[in-house]
Design a protein around this ligand. Structure first.
Ligand code: ADP
Ligand code: ZN
Length: 476
């Protein structure tokens, strides 16, 4: 072999080495990236940081003792759950609860999200699961948290439509690992999902996620607790918690936290020394309706919008007097609305009668435009109302079976019989037309009241709850 050949050979070796190395490096990089997502630490959260959901908390508190003293339970052969599934709407504090469990038990908290396992290289998902459990085992006791478990544990569809081998492998690895660790190891796996209905049944079997706990939107008391919790943490003056708790019906804990945060930002913006009630209320309006922008340039548009909003407000007062109208505005907002009528959603039961009333309120804006300005002058401002009314009317017919004397869920019907839902269209049309006509009648009959609201809006741009009541009582 001469020098030239030697050099060439070394060159080839270096090249091959480089290729192998490069491949290994990128694979290694991928694994590193994935490992970064895992978070290891001791949680300092406690159950005091979680407001509301008292039963769920009690159920988890029981597990604290189990994690701390697993021998106590194994002595009696008491089988404690290995897996706990927390399910419920986003932002209700599922992650928070899992952290609090780890915090109270004083053990490390490992967190991954099911969505991180989607579309990773073949075999990596399963590898990561094994890796996660290996790490957790090393630290002895721990809480392993898997958020968005539905991403790896989706129900297998009939006819094998699902077909992702990779998520199958990941799911199987998870189930194997879960059955592999000893019950008295002081490790629990907590998973969370917003959609328990889509989960593979295999996940819910005994020895897996056999304890399922629903985490609900906070009720009024819990909302007060959450509000108090986040206001105390910040610099706030005394506020009427009852009132804000009423306003925030259907808010999740995360939404309440965001509300108080926005209020704090407003207080800073205004150089205020404390967060005040008015900051919370402005933040509330901004979150629900969007930030109010510049005024209308076009007088006619503003006038029509005033009548549109007056229509909503009047019909709402007329048909659903128990609902509070907090504010009517004809100042365009950052969310693209030309104006809005904001009412606290009532807690009336969804009877057939009440759903029709809601549909009427949704239509009332457009109806007022038509009654006062003529059929040819209706505007696109009703777009959002039309969207909402359409889906409510479809639910009325297809899901709640409130039309005529059918007792049919049309979605299931069309799915099982594989037929299109053409008959529903006619029913939806008929229902909405009938209600529309009845709203025209209401507004025609009460033209004066609607006009007073509209004119006041045009002049003042904003009407609040008391002003509206005054306007309407004077009128009667
Ligand atoms: P989820 O996991 O259910 O989507 P998170 O636990 O991530 O919800 O909640 C997000 C944030 O919302 C929390 O960090 C906390 O600030 C707030 N939050 C939600 N629910 C509650 C609650 N019940 N008590 C106190 N804060 C809450
Ligand atoms: Zn409208």
């Amino acid at each position: 072999m001469n020098t030239y050949e030697t050099i060439a050979l070394i060159g080839v070796f270096i090249f091959i080495f480089f290729l192998i190395f490069k491949n290994r490096k990128s694979a290694q990089k991928e694994i590193n990236n994935l490992n970064e997502i895992e978070y290891l630490g001791t949680s300092t959260m406690t159950f005091d940081d979680v407001a509301g959901n008292y039963e769920a908390k009690a159920s988890l508190m029981e597990l604290v003792d189990f994690i701390k003293n697993p021998e106590k339970y194994s002595r009696f052969n008491a089988r404690m759950p290995k897996g706990i599934l927390l399910y419920g709407a986003p932002g209700t504090g599922k992650t928070l609860m899992a952290k609090a469990l780890a915090g109270e038990a004083g053990v490390p908290f490992y967190a991954v999200s099911g969505s991180d396992f989607v579309q990773v290289y073949a075999g990596l998902g399963a590898g990561r699961i094994r890796n996660l459990f290996k790490k957790a085992k090393k630290s002895g006791k721990s809480v392993i948290f898997i958020d968005e478990i539905d991403a790896i544990g989706k129900k297998r569809m009939a006819g094998n439509l699902r077909g992702s081998d990779e998520s199958d492998r990941t799911l199987n690895a998870l189930l194997t690992e879960m059955s592999g660790f000893a019950e008295d190891s002081g490790t629990v796996v907590v998973a969370a999902t917003n959609r328990i209905d889509t989960l593979d049944r295999a996940l819910l079997r005994p020895g897996r996620f056999d304890r399922q706990i629903e985490i609900m939107l906070p009720d009024r008391n819990a909302r007060k607790d959450i509000l108090g919790h986040y206001l105390n943490k910040r610099n706030a003056e005394e506020v009427n918690l009852d009132e804000i708790a009423d306003l925030t019906i259907y808010f999740s804990g995360a939404m309440i936290e965001n509300l108080i945060n926005e209020a704090a930002i407003m207080a800073v913006r205004e150089n205020s020394d404390k967060i005040k009630e008015e900051h919370i209320k402005s933040a509330y309006l901004e979150i629900l309706a969007g930030r109010e922008k510049n005024n209308y340039e076009n007088k006619l548009q503003k006038t029509i919008t005033s009548y549109h909003e007056a229509g909503h407000a009047f019909v709402s007062k007329y048909l659903l007097p128990e609902n509070k109208i907090i504010r009517i505005s004809v100042i365009p907002t950052s969310k693209g609305a030309g104006g809005y009528t904001l009412s606290t959603p009532g807690q009336e039961i969804m009877t057939k009668k009440n759903i029709k009333k809601h549909l009427s309120v949704l239509m009332a804006g457009r109806v007022a435009e038509e009654v006062f300005f003529g059929k040819e002058n209706i505007t696109a401002g009703a777009q959002n109302d039309i969207e909402k009314a359409t889906s409510l009317a479809i639910d009325y017919i297809t899901k709640y079976a409130m039309d005529g004397s059918t007792f049919i869920n049309y979605e299931i019907l069309s799915d099982k019989l594989r037929i299109p839902l053409t008959s529903v269209e006619a029913s939806v049309k008929k229902l909405t037309e009938e209600i529309y006509e009845s709203v025209v009648e209401i507004i025609e009959k009460n033209k004066d009241s609607v006009a007073i609201i509209a004119k006041t809006l045009l002049a003042k741009e904003v009407i609040n709850q008391e002003e509206l009541d005054k306007l309407l009582s004077k009128d009667h």
